[in-house]
Design a protein. Structure first.
Length: 330
């Protein structure tokens, strides 16, 4: 007799991680459900196009009753909380909204899950998407699961709240709740407001004569960039463990924004990007995070996870995708 089909619920299904995770779970035979916000969500069509087998439910992380309805409708074995206001710059402009969704949304979902589960709190396994931005003003390098958190943006503070709350519910209610402290992970599906996609899209347009320049902020910031498609596998592996825990997911290598520009422009056949790039102070953060690099040793040892896509391959993938998209519109 074959094992019963497992069911997963994904919040943030419209984001790059949600889409890649849905594809992964469907390939593994899961019944996949997604929470989608808003009656006329403009990204609904993208989800239905890329992962048509996902069943969508209307809900909102700020509305606990809608979360309970979604849990009752799909009775999941696994819940992946990927929903958040995730653009760091936006969090300074709208700190209350960021807090309501990214911080208190975790509370609403954990509490809904606790109420839904009743006495059997370990029956549903929960994943919380934590962030390397929580390390902020880093106290040691590389950063690992025990590194002190020092968040430097409203977004990072909200993520730290959700992270600690996940640990608290695990310890207080015996929930099988794990957090993935994911370092920067990118893909062609990344939103154009994020620096990697902003660069890849601009490079494609500049090379085709559709755009004159690219306005940037801090070119010296260094990040640990990996491929989102690799990182969602780590999420799934966490929920397959007998014991819930927290894991850093990272490549262990850093690259500056200048290196990102070097590689991206080179992919489009432009050796010198300086005539096309200018800096503007309005794109600088009020409190900068200069360098993030993760130690994913625990994920390698316990989960057997490691990244497959390197930095240069990732950037090339994004530039080539944007070139194809921009040519399609010519």
């Amino acid at each position: 007799m074959s094992a019963p089909r497992r069911t997963a619920l994904i919040t943030g299904i419209t984001g790059q991680d949600g889409l890649y995770l849905a594809e992964l779970l469907l390939a593994k035979g899961y019944a996949v459900h997604g929470l989608i916000r808003g009656q006329h969500n403009p990204k609904r069509e993208l989800v239905e196009q890329l992962v048509p087998d996902v069943r969508l439910h209307h809900g909102d992380l700020t509305d606990q009753s809608s979360l309970l309805r979604a849990l009752r409708a799909c009775e999941p074995d696994e819940v992946y909380n990927l929903g958040a206001v995730s653009f760091v710059a936006y969090s300074w402009q709208n700190p209350h909204v960021t807090t309501d969704v990214t911080a208190l949304g975790v509370l609403n979902l954990l509490e809904a899950l606790r109420l839904h589960s009743g006495d059997d709190t370990s029956a549903v396994r929960f994943y919380q998407a934590s962030s390397s931005e929580m390390f902020g003003k880093v106290q040691e390098s590389p950063q690992h699961e025990r590194t002190l958190l020092w968040p430097r943006s409203p977004y990072a503070v909200a993520k730290a709240y959700g992270h600690h709350l996940t640990v608290n519910y695990r310890e207080s209610y015996a929930l099988h709740a794990s957090s993935g402290i994911l370092f920067n992970h990118e893909s062609p599906r990344r939103g154009p407001e994020f620096v990697t996609r902003k660069v890849s899209q601009a490079v494609a347009r500049i090379s085709l004569g559709l755009q004159d320049d690219l306005v940037m902020g801090n070119l010296d910031a260094e990040r640990d960039w990996g491929f989102a498609g690799d990182y969602v596998e780590a999420m799934w592996l966490m929920l397959q463990q007998d014991v819930a825990d927290d894991y850093v997911v990272a490549t262990g290598q850093t690259h500056s924004v200048r290196e990102l520009l070097d590689v991206a422009f080179a992919c489009a056949g432009i050796d010198d990007w300086t005539p096309y790039v200018r800096q503007d102070a309005q794109h600088l953060r009020p409190a900068e995070v200069d360098r993030l690099v993760g130690d994913a040793g625990k994920a390698r040892r316990v989960l057997g996870w490691q990244p497959r896509v390197g930095f240069h391959e990732l950037v090339a993938m994004m530039v080539e995708s944007d070139l194809a998209e921009q040519k399609h519109h010519l």
